[in-house]
Every structure is written in C-alpha cells, then in structure tokens.
Design a binder for this molecule. Structure first.
Ligand SMILES: Nc1ncnc2c1ncn2[C@@H]1O[C@H](COP(=O)(O)OP(=O)(O)OP(=O)(O)O)[C@@H](O)[C@H]1O
Length: 480
C-alpha cells in the first residue's frame, strides 16, 4: 500500500461518508489488491488481499473500469474468482485509480442487497460518473502527496494511521479481572501519566493501549507503536529520537524525525520495553522526566507532548534485581500499572472468543455461520493457548477456511494442534464418563441454538430420540 500510506484515514473517511450518502458499500484496493478501506462486509477485510481472479483484481490487471449489474447471471466476469460460490455481492462497479498515468488501485461500489442492486441499475449512469470522479480525486490526492514529499514537506509517511479507531468496546471478555482493568483504563484516558501494561504475548496489551489512546482527547493525533525487541539495538536510538542530517555514515542527509516527535500530541506505545537495551535506558528516563528529546547529532532539546504507554511480558522486577533494567526507569514507567490476564486465567471467556472469531471469519469469507462440534469446543476451552487470543483467532481462521460442512470438527484443527494429545484434557475420566459428557454437550448445544428456540418437540426428532428420552436426559444432565 506504499502510495496510500499517510492518507489511509482520509480514504476510509471518504469511503464511509460516500457509502452513507449513496446507501451503497464502497471499497478501495491498492495496486497489489490489498484492501485499504471499506464499508459493510468489506470493513472487516481491511488489510487483506482481494481473492485471486476477482472482479477488482481484473480491473487492476486490465486498467479498465467495469460494471456487473447481476453477479449471479454475469458469471463470466467472476468465474476465475476463488470465492465465486460464496460471493454475497449482487452488483458491482469498479474504477481504476490512476496517479500520474500509473495504475495504483481500484475503487469499487457494491450492492449486497436487492434494494442496493436495483438502485445501481436504475441510477447506473449517475453512479458510474460519481465513481469515476472518486477515482480521479484519490489519484490526484496521491499525486499531491508525492509532490509534497518532493518539495520536502514533512509528510508523516511512516505514521501507521489506523484504518478505523479502536475503543474499549473492542475489548471483549466478561472476566471480572478484565472488566476491572477496563474500568481503571477508562479513568486515566486523559491523564498525562505513564502507563505500564504487563501481560503475556497476545493478551491484548496493544489493543488496550490503542483503546486508551482512541478514547482520549489525543485521538486525533498519532498513535505510534514501537516494538523495542524487533528493532536492532544499533538502530533503536535513531528510530526513537531521530537524527540530524549527516550525523553518521550512511544516514540520510536531510536527517530523520524520530518516533517520539512523530507521536507529538498523541501517544507512543513502547512495546516490549523489557528489551530496551541498557545503554538507551537513561535517555528514555530523561525523556520521561524532562518531556523533551534530543536528536542524535542535534544540539538543541525539542519539547514534546507525548503520552507514553509501555508494555512487556517480562518480569521487570527480576530484571531490576539482576541489573538488566534500571530501577529508576522502572518506577518512572510503572506509574499506572495495568495487567492483561492470559486465557488460561480466564477460561470462561474462551467460548465467547470462539464464537466471536467464528462469526467474524465466516463474514470475511462470506460463509454462512458455522458451529463447533461440542466435543471440540470443550477441548478448545481446556487447551492452554500459550499464544493467547492471537493464537486462538489464528486457529479459528484456519478452521473456518478448512471446514467442509456446517460444523467445525477435530479434523479441521491446524496440524500443530492436532499433534497435541487431543484426549489429554480428558485424562482421569472413564470412557462412559467421556461419552456422557459428550452427550450432555450435544444436547446442550441444541438448546443453545437459536434455530430450535428451546423447542423439545423439534429437538427430539432431530436427535432421533423420543420426547420422553429427551426429558430423561435433560433431567440426568440437569439441563433445565
Ligand atoms: N479482549 C480482547 N478482545 C478481542 N480481541 C482481542 C482481545 N485481546 C486481544 N485481542 C486480539 O488478539 C490479538 C493480539 O492482541 P495484541 O496485539 O493487543 O496483544 P499483545 O499483548 O500486545 O501481544 P504481544 O505482546 O505479542 O505484542 C489482536 O488481534 C487483538 O485484536
């Protein structure tokens, strides 16, 4: 998305506003077919590539605009698409985005409902003109961005502008510990104090940091994330604080602005702070105390107004003891400590995440909702999830891809999970107990399914048992 970096938020705002006015869905793809913005179904797909062979990809290949008034009938344009059978689009119009005579993306208008499709047919001339203007607008905006860069304007191209903002609503989970953390975080959104988020990998530290930023008054300014463990030690200092032109061999002659300056008036998220090299720690401490930075090779201090949120999975107290983390920096960071619990510590939330991510990925893959085999669900609840929610979501995404029927079963698990001892969690139970537990889960799942609305007379024949047997089993498993 090289050309689109820096105006991603502009494009998403444009897309959403246009979609609202027209009552149709809008999406924009970059030259590689990766979705930059989208509304409706396509909002969830931002950042993902459009399927090979799809209509918009064809526009990227040919550089020609296209219209499909009836996707179901006009199959010739979609036959090569790998999702042709699951596609929910009814009508679609696409226009290439051209910058300085070069194809750099596609803007598309989509009708998912029959009402939208009819509108697209009736008002086609007007809508095609509208989309053509939209593509010109975006092409010109990109060209202006390049022009500004050539003239040396400070365009903050490496600020990762999020396509949409995050709020506390995005942090799912009923666990009381998690809810307490959210409650605390809500209280300090507008405070200037430094926050230190502790928790294992994939437990939502960055999500929490983003929610704090985007719920605060700083939300219109950048949220800049720096992973201190991912940047080589030798580069971290210049990444964080920037440098003046010609300060060292190989450096850019115009100098480089550091992440602290980029985050001015916003929030800097220092992920993996426990990996900050000891030689840089005094410099960070100074920034936190003085609220000013000095670029490498620079002679003057630059005042900054940045909220610092740091995070780590490491045991900082132990590191302080061992002398690998400065005690003064530790206290300076640990002003507002927040802790994100691992999934192992709040297994009750696992079902909620499974459900949420199954729905999410079914929507993304344009599949009708899948259900989980109850036995598999039980196994997933008892599995330890060392990679926490990130791992769980990836596993669900894999299973939704693999499932051939409307139920996700053990055979759909990713290989690394299949290699686990699938019965290990059941150890200590006799075969009879395991079968009983399975039977209980199956019956319960039918009562939880909206389709049956708790109707025993519908459920009994579905399970091929008599009504009285069903009553007996409900009694046995106390499923009243
Ligand atoms: N409570 C939650 N509700 C919904 N999604 C969540 C939650 N917690 C985490 N996630 C999702 O899990 C993934 C990992 O979260 P995130 O990157 O915030 O974790 P992290 O603790 O910062 O991980 P790391 O330490 O490895 O950087 C993200 O996709 C995030 O959206």
């Amino acid at each position: 998305m090289a050309g689109f970096i820096g105006i991603q938020q502009f494009i998403q705002d444009y897309t959403e506003n246009t979609a609202e006015i027209l009552g149709l869905d809008i999406t924009v793809l970059d030259e590689k077919g990766v979705r930059i913005s989208g509304t409706g179904y396509y909002k969830e797909l931002i950042g993902k590539a459009a399927p090979e062979g799809s209509f918009f990809r064809m526009i990227l290949e040919t550089g020609k605009p296209g219209v499909i008034y009836d996707v179901k009938k006009d199959e010739s344009q979609c036959m090569k698409c790998q999702f042709v059978n699951q596609c929910k689009e009814l009508a679609t119009i696409g226009f290439p985005i051209v910058k300085n005579e070069k194809l750099v993306g596609v803007i598309g208008m989509i009708g998912f409902s029959h009402k939208q499709k009819d509108k697209m047919i009736i008002e086609s001339e007007k809508l095609i003109r509208f989309l053509s203007n939209g593509s010109t607008l975006l092409g010109n905006k990109l060209a202006m961005l390049d022009f500004g860069k050539e003239k040396g304007c400070k365009i903050q191209e490496d600020i990762p502008v999020p396509p949409n903002t995050i709020s506390f609503e995005n942090i799912l989970g009923k666990d009381s510990g998690l809810q307490d953390v959210i409650k605390k975080a809500r209280r300090i959104i507008n405070s200037p104090s430094t926050v230190l988020i502790r928790g294992d990998s994939g437990t939502g530290k960055e999500l929490l940091a983003k929610a704090i930023h985007f719920e605060s008054k700083r939300r219109t300014h950048p949220f800049v994330a720096v992973n201190c463990a991912a940047i080589p030690e030798s580069l971290l200092e210049s990444e964080l604080f920037g440098y003046e032109g010609g300060s060292f061999t190989g450096s850019n002659r115009n100098g480089k602005i550091g992440k602290f300056e980029l985050a001015d008036n916003g929030t800097i998220f220092l992920d993996e702070i426990g990996d900050m090299p000891i030689f840089l720690q005094p410099k960070l401490l100074r920034v936190l105390q003085e609220r000013e930075i000095e670029r490498i090779g620079g002679k003057k201090a630059i005042g900054i107004n940045v909220r610092v949120i740091a995070a780590t999975h490491r045991n900082l107290e132990e590191m302080v003891q061992k002398g690998t983390f400065r005690e003064d920096l530790y206290y300076r960071l640990n002003v507002i400590p927040l802790h994100t619990k691992s999934l192992q510590e709040r297994r009750d939330d696992i079902v909620l995440y499974l459900d949420h991510f199954i729905h999410k990925h079914c929507r993304i893959m344009l599949r009708s909702p899948l259900r989980l085999d109850p036995m598999l669900e039980r196994w997933l609840i008892r599995y330890d999830w060392p990679g926490n929610i990130r791992q769980l979501e990836n596993a669900v995404e894999y299973m939704v891809n693999m499932a051939e029927s409307d139920t996700i079963g053990f055979h759909d698990l990713p290989d690394y999970l299949l290699q686990q001892d699938l019965l290990s969690v059941e150890r200590g139970l006799s075969l009879e107990q395991m079968i009983s537990e399975y039977e209980r889960d199956v019956i319960q799942s039918y009562f939880l399914a909206e389709k049956y609305r708790n109707d025993k007379e519908q459920i009994a024949p579905e399970l091929q048992i008599s009504l009285s047997t069903l009553y007996r089993k409900l009694e046995k498993y106390q499923l009243w």
